[in-house]
Design a protein around this ligand. Structure first.
Ligand code: 4NP
Length: 152
């Protein structure tokens, strides 16, 4: 199976999905295929902004630079341009289901369902502490690793 293109989606596109994008790109960097990997937010509050400084910091602590990424909002065309659209939590998934055009070709997944076969949310760390970002990093790293081996 060719490596699918992947859009990670969270609420603001500054905490969780930019981390997922950076981790997934890092884990697939050595492969010959170069599928499109991106992230977006349900909301538009942070459009054009870099990731939250705590996401940048936790990624950098693991050797991944996400500081160049910029937030953008999900668009209907995303459902044509990506093979997989991956929601960080069940609320994001419900919002994406409502936005999904009838002509969508992308498959919509909850991150934990795709990665682990579970129905867990990647918890929103925005109002949390740095330790919450570390926990999110850890969950995203193990989940992205599982997804990469699924498509390897
Ligand atoms: P994210 O976290 O969805 O992981 O990027 C959030 C970032 C910003 C807000 C909420 C969640 N906000 O309300 O501005």
């Amino acid at each position: 199976m060719p490596t699918p293109s992947m859009l990670f989606v969270c609420l603001g596109n500054i905490c969780r999905s930019p981390l997922a994008e950076g981790i997934y790109r890092h884990l697939t960097a050595g492969t010959s295929e170069k599928p499109l990997i991106a992230s977006a937010g349900i909301g538009g509050w942070h459009v054009g902004n870099p990731p939250d400084r705590r996401s940048i910091k936790v990624a950098a602590a693991h050797g991944i630079d996400i500081s160049h990424q910029r937030a953008r909002q999900v668009q209907p065309s995303d459902f044509q341009n990506f093979d997989l659209v991956v929601a960080m939590d069940r609320s994001n998934l419900t919002r994406l289901q409502a936005l999904e055009p009838a002509t969508a070709s992308a498959k919509l997944h909850l991150f934990s369902a795709l990665a682990f076969g579970t129905q867990q949310d990647v918890p929103d760390p925005y109002y949390g502490e740095f330790t919450d970002f570390e926990a999110v990093y850890s969950m995203l790293f193990s989940g992205c690793s599982a997804v990469v081996s699924k498509f390897a």
